[in-house]
Design a protein around this ligand. Structure first.
Ligand SMILES: [Zn+2]
Length: 247
């Protein structure tokens, strides 16, 4: 009888380990998906039709590096400064509790941010940026993230200071916690964005980040390279019905 009970008691643990806690609240086992509401942690990504999956870093600060630079607005605006602004926006949203640290580009960073030149300004359905996240599928713990944002010749001031900044902020959201997108077009983490409009971090964006980490941005686990890693790339696009209203 006692052996039978032990088997029963252990079954749920074995099941959770096997499926990696891959349910709706991902790696938020302590507080669950309603820690801060409203949030989009259990919503369905309108771009992929898959349920959002929450991935988390095991401890903070998380470091990032800027792997290349591009000339924007005839040098008036540094691409590196935009990356720092984007990181700072997420830090500020948590009142500095979540720490992100820039390290030199020649060192291996947990989050790498880079720019890719494309031939022309993106139109309807084109990619603005993408982020590859590498994580342990059993624990949904992030191991590294690579952000790439597209730039193109003749970018306008609005495209740089608003659109590009928003794209970098959006990609940081993927690198920090979200494999998926918001269903609400008002959120920074909505699956589509204009190439020239500024999108702030909304209450739902912040609630979702807070819920992913149960409000705890300190260390929780020792960093070791997991034996089993998978990489997923999240693409972020201009709306399919998008039309430029002026050059
Ligand atoms: Zn995205």
């Amino acid at each position: 009888m006692s052996r039978f009970l032990i088997i029963l008691a252990c079954f749920p643990c074995a099941f959770l380990a096997a499926c990696g806690g891959g349910g709706s609240n991902g790696s938020s086992p302590v507080c669950g998906p309603t820690f801060r509401t409203p949030n989009y942690n259990t919503e369905t990504d309108p771009g992929s039709s898959r349920q959002n999956r929450i991935l988390t870093w095991p401890s903070f600060p998380v470091n990032y590096s800027i792997r290349n630079q591009v000339t924007l607005l005839q040098g008036a605006s540094s691409s590196s400064d935009l990356v720092r602004q984007a990181a700072q926006a997420w830090i500020a949203s948590t009142n500095g509790r979540m720490r992100l640290t820039e390290i030199p580009s020649n060192r291996s960073a947990e989050i790498s941010v880079g720019f890719a030149q494309v031939a022309q300004q993106p139109g309807a359905g084109d990619t603005l940026g993408f982020t590859s996240v590498t994580f342990d599928p059993d624990t949904l713990t992030l191991f590294e993230a690579t952000i790439t944002v597209n730039v193109w010749p003749g970018m306008s001031e609005a495209q740089v200071r608003q659109g590009l900044l928003s794209t970098i902020q959006h990609e940081f959201g993927h690198a920090l916690f979200l494999n998926g997108h918001s269903e609400d077009s008002g959120d920074l983490m909505f699956f589509q964005a204009s190439p020239s409009l500024l999108k702030p971090i909304t209450t739902r964006d912040l609630n979702s980040l807070e819920t992913a980490y149960c409000g705890d941005f300190n260390g929780r686990a020792t960093r070791v390279r997991p034996k089993n890693l998978v990489t997923v790339t999240i693409n972020c696009r201009v709306p399919s019905e998008f039309k430029w209203t002026k050059a």
